[in-house]
Design a protein around this ligand. Structure first.
Ligand SMILES: [Zn+2]
Length: 317
């Protein structure tokens, strides 16, 4: 059994089987301490890493992690489950979208991080150390405070093809309608894949809100994946989902006001208008067209937009 034990546990204080330990993992060289729950199962099995709140404004996943950490019973667990959430506590408290307050960086764009980097890079590096020790990595996200989305799952195509396939199939077990492959190498799952750890990044919830229904859906979805990994007992439920080849993100080239011309889950054609940015007097500054046929997976809902912000993502069949 691979033990997913962080150096945070001093020698001789490693949690014993059939126990649950809580605390904070300090990120060296920063004021950041990541809240964790370590569930050491009664029986041997896989080492699971689950993170929520890499982005501070994605609430259903953060509440899901809190409830799962409370509800998962070590007596029923085979292996270990390390839950860290919210990873980006300072961003959570500051109600920040995408970025962290210490360095203005997007934590999910700086993986695998740097031991001697900025705060976000050091957080990524600390998570990356844990990813490398894990057998499977679940990174829970959602639409940010200003983003609408249809639930979907991203898996990485990087690294070992057999593990990428494992990630793809596990992604479908969440039962979210769309599963999309990614070749991004600076996000959490890209780093994990390159380190040899399969996993996925899940997206559920939107627009700075959360509901008990979304959290129940998220928890049931995660439990289904944990059953498939034989970390908790029970039958695995299979789901019909659409597998998409890739996701194309359109980004803003101007500051101003954003007017989408499509809605979530719209089927769009290549060249179809996705929306436009106007100035403060209503004059159009830029129009954005779809680069491909596909399905609208997420859409920025705020009127305010700044250059380089994502506007819209199209899942390509
Ligand atoms: Zn996110």
């Amino acid at each position: 059994m691979i033990q997913l034990i962080h150096p945070h546990f001093p020698a001789g204080k490693t949690p014993t089987p059939n126990s649950k330990v809580r605390g904070f993992i300090p990120v060296p060289g920063t004021p950041v301490e990541m809240p964790f729950t370590f569930i050491h199962g009664a029986k041997p099995g896989k080492a699971i890493l689950l993170t929520g709140g890499v982005h501070g404004g994605e609430y259903p996943c953060i509440e899901t992690a809190i409830q799962l950490a409370n509800e998962l019973d070590p007596a029923e667990v085979s292996g270990t489950i390390l839950i860290i959430s919210p990873v980006n506590t300072a961003a959570f408290l500051a109600r920040m979208q995408y970025y962290g307050p210490f360095d203005g960086k997007n934590l999910n764009r700086v993986f695998p991080g740097k031991a001697t980097g900025t705060v976000s890079e050091r957080i990524a590096y600390a998570v990356y150390q844990l990813q490398q020790a894990a057998d499977f990595f679940l990174d829970l996200h959602g639409g940010d405070i200003h983003e609408g989305l249809v639930p979907f799952v991203i898996y990485s195509k990087l690294g070992d093809p057999a593990k990428a396939e494992q990630s793809r199939l596990a992604s479908a077990l969440l039962g979210f309608p769309y599963v999309v492959g990614s070749v991004s190498d600076n996000g959490s799952i890209g780093a994990a894949a390159q380190a040899g750890t399969p996993g996925f990044l899940a997206e559920l919830g939107q627009c700075g809100r959360w509901s008990p229904e979304e959290v129940d859906q998220y928890k049931a979805a995660v439990r289904n994946v944990l059953r498939s990994l034989e970390v908790i007992p029970g039958a695995v439920e299979q789901h019909q989902v659409a597998f998409l080849e890739k996701m194309l993100v359109t980004t803003a080239t101007e500051d101003g006001c954003w007017y989408p011309a499509v809605q979530l889950e719209d089927r769009v054609k290549k060249g179809q208008k996705l929306g436009e940015i106007r100035d403060y007097f209503g004059t159009v500054k830029a129009e954005y067209l779809s680069d491909s046929d596909g399905i609208v997976l997420y859409l920025v809902t705020s009127l305010a937009i700044t250059t380089n912000d994502p506007l819209c993502a199209i899942g390509v069949l």
